[in-house]
Design a protein around this ligand. Sequence first.
Ligand code: B3K
Ligand code: ZN
Length: 889
Amino acid sequence: MKDAQPAAIHLKDYKAPDFSITRTRLEFELFETYADVRATLTIQRQTSDKEAALVLDGQELELLFVSVDDAEIQATNYQLTDATLAISNVPDRFKLVCVTRIKPQENTSLEGLYKSHKMFCTQCEAEGFRKITYYLDRPDVLSEFTTRITADKSKYPVLLSNGNKIAEGNSEEGRHWVEWQDPFKKPSYLFALVAGDLVSLDDTFTTMSGREISLRIFVEEKDHNKCDHAMISLKKAMTWDEQVYGREYDLDIFMIVAVDDFNMGAMENKGLNIFNSSCVLASKETTTDDSFQSIEAIVAHEYFHNWSGNRVTCRDWFQLSLKEGFTVFRDSEFSSDMGSRTVKRVEDVNMLRTHQFAEDAGPMAHPVQPASFIEISNFYTLTVYEKGAEVVRMIHSLLGAEAFRKGSDLYFERHDGAAVTIDDFVRAMADASGRDFSQFMNWYRQAGTPRVSISASYREKENEFELTVKQSCPATPESNVKKPFHMPMALALVGERGPIELQLKGQLGKGNNECVLELTENEQTYIFSGVKERPVPSLFRNFSAPVKINYNYSLEDLQRIIAKDTDGFCRWDASQQMAVKSIFSVMDALGNEPSPTVNSQLLDAQSDILQQAIDTIDGKDTQDLQMLAYTMALPSEEYLSEIQSSIDVEKTHHARIRVKRKLAIQFYDRYLAIYERLACDEIFSTDAQSIARRSLKNTALSYLVASGKADAVELCNRQLQNATNMTDELAALTNIVHSSSKSAELIKSDCLQSFYKKWQHETLVLNRWFALQATNPNPGTLEQIQALMGHAAFDINNPNKLRALVGGFSNRNPSCFHDRSGSGYAFLSDRIIELNQKNPQIAARLLTPLTRWKKYDEQRQENMKKALGRIQAVPALSKDVYEVVSKSL
Ligand code: B3K
Ligand code: ZN
């Protein structure tokens, strides 16, 4: 925070630590204005260099006492900087005692030990532990932790840390203490402490070897009735990890704690996961279906880290995707198994293509294994997480489920209790399968989204179909020159009646209807023989590699895929590409033609989908209703922007609205038919089928409202008044507030006001209320947001509120945020300047949309750069903000 120009650190400079810390004893004395931490460390020299000084990390600490082997060290015999404590001439093995004083109450960065409302809690990943005590705060130093917490008994009756509770007692002046011991060695980033007045939902789980594990979810008393869903999710995840990966839980107790002020979703601390309350609390009245689903996924994700992350951890932070990419892959497979596989795939790919591809094309682009960073907090990215998961998925598809499982078994067995690298992970996969992954490693080392351009020709006489596949990758900040990737391309050739049997020319044996071609070169040609009709290629089926595909599909080709392909992902994708083509052609015509037309193929496709939906609801067809809802919806403005090389903000917004309105008017009766059939669902459940029905109903409702008819707004208002679950209530309110129709205008502010009144005591619901106003695409939104910043329920120190109001506006409201005047940019830069010192991680994260200035027109570029320049000029820029601003200007 103090350096004017913080330096980058590089993977190539990795050096094993000079010392290990075999045991760590921490004693916390928590008070109302400060906390004292006494750390007793058993330290051992690891190098033969007897001269090497012990250099511990430490930040914002007041050092009260330090001793080596019980002899106090005076200030003249150690060197303190604002980031380190160095002690020279230490023996090869010794006991270090260090007492530090910290101020959790003043810690607004939400890193280290801090207070969230009345509760103490910690967040140590990646480098927060150094804000608690002096330590070797790096993931390759693994230690056995014992933690004693002492605090006022009435204010903090619950005192938690990692591992098992081994002792407790009362001390003087109404204080009490609890001691925890974690038998598993762990790096400091997995340390956790919680102290508060909490209640718990308790349950048990019997593992596959018959051990009974106590499961406890701790929350504030008012939230006790909102823990069931997380508990059920946890037990499902525990079962799944045993069945699919053979992984059993290891401690006797597993705890989750919900806190309101948290920089991200959740944290996998050993045996004591700490969660953002938005990622754990759920009830049908207050929680939408997408949150129910993300809670299940996040609970599972953090639980899965117990093996992929905790038992086997990262050697250094360049290996972050070792645990994150693998764990996201694991949680995504878990969700697929709990619900619909195709639905989950579509959701994941849609997110990746909209947001990760944008990251990969921007100034912060980095490989899944970055080669350097200034602030590691900036690298908890979609690239490390989601693209990292896609890379693991490709390993899975190259090996098949069985060999992949052998590889993961070998990985866990070989590296249990160790801090390892991405190379170690891939080596286990290679050793278990005998496959060569050397070229595959380019996925980890090169940034950027590969482009795959495919051309096809059909030779009717020879019955041959030829595909020429060329791959390339655009320049990114770390390199202009890219080596070709080893990528699986799953392929089918779709004939008039569906995928045909595939026969690669010159190869023996009968083929299947789908094959996986392994691309390894810049250009490759494949000839299929025995092809009796001109087929349409179905490429990268199930999105078999995270690439941008360039194939010149005609609208008729897309129709063929939608109607005849057997791959659900490709059918959805074809419908989206058809909508993209329609919206883009309306964009081209805007300004020239009085009312640009929507092509007939899109109308036909929508008509078919609506009929399938009606038939399925009526029991005459058996389609996946959630897939129908997704197929019915138009691509988002964000996705449409991502695929434009230069974004036309206004035209994108207006063309999309125009196409939606056209569909809405043309098929009004059918949207209404769907809506009415689904509106009478009474029993609430969060199984995939019920969620799909609500999703389809609310998609239909949004079309009805898009028609501009007053009846539709009335319908929406009725849904808002009568809703018995938050999904329906919020969908109705959002449709009203986001509508530009006169009848909606008339009721908007009353609806917003009564929603607020009804939910004013539910902070998570209010976050949604803030977000839906921030994402309102109608004029005047920025003024409303500015007013909401002063609302009693808004709190600039709470990351959820910031994400809702500021993040919602700048990431999910393109037409207002990118207002030509630059007012949106100025607003965002003011917020970032305000947050730079308070909470650098959140400040840096909120900056993202400004970094993408290169994709806009000249005037917007100027305004965005001006906003970035204002931030850059701020004295004492945090490392986090400095890195993002300096890389993007
Ligand atoms: N490992 C944490 C993320 C920590 C972020 C630190 N800035 C949550 C997760 O990925 O499971
Ligand atoms: Zn994770």
